[in-house]
Ligand binder design. Structure first.
Ligand code: FES
Length: 126
């Protein structure tokens, strides 16, 4: 079986409610994770998109946070490897972080990012 075109990592890190840095779990991350799973199943994208829970993604203040990673990129096989890597990063950024997510955002992200191939700017964080 081919690897998925997109991998979604939803931070579900849990910290105590009074932890100063907060955590995505307290911001509804488990609901976000389940909503991603449901949307992917509903749209039958499960062969192209895998959704997993993850630990902290270092954007705790923006919880709930999800990271979309696109493992396969177009190649520049005729170029030296170092230049291929730099060109891919420059021309085809393959990581997009989404933050302050609500369940209502998930359907829009799935439609825009995984169906149309355009990351949803309004939910992106740096
Ligand atoms: S707890 Fe989710 S990004 Fe840190």
């Amino acid at each position: 079986m081919d690897s998925p075109q997109y991998r979604v990592f939803v931070c579900t890190k849990k910290r105590p409610p009074n932890a100063p840095e907060g955590c995505c779990c307290n911001a509804g991350a488990l609901d976000i994770y389940q909503t991603f799973q449901d949307e992917i199943q509903k749209r039958q994208l499960h062969t192209r998109v895998s959704v997993r829970r993850s630990g902290c993604l270092d954007n705790c203040e923006a919880g709930a946070v999800a990271l979309v990673y696109q493992p396969k990129r177009l190649g520049f096989s005729w170029l030296p490897t170092k230049i291929q890597v730099k060109l891919r990063r420059l021309l085809f950024p393959n990581r997009h972080a989404y933050g302050h997510l609500t369940r209502a955002d998930v359907g829009a992200i799935v439609e825009s990012h995984f169906v149309k191939g355009q990351p949803l700017k309004r939910c992106q964080i740096s």
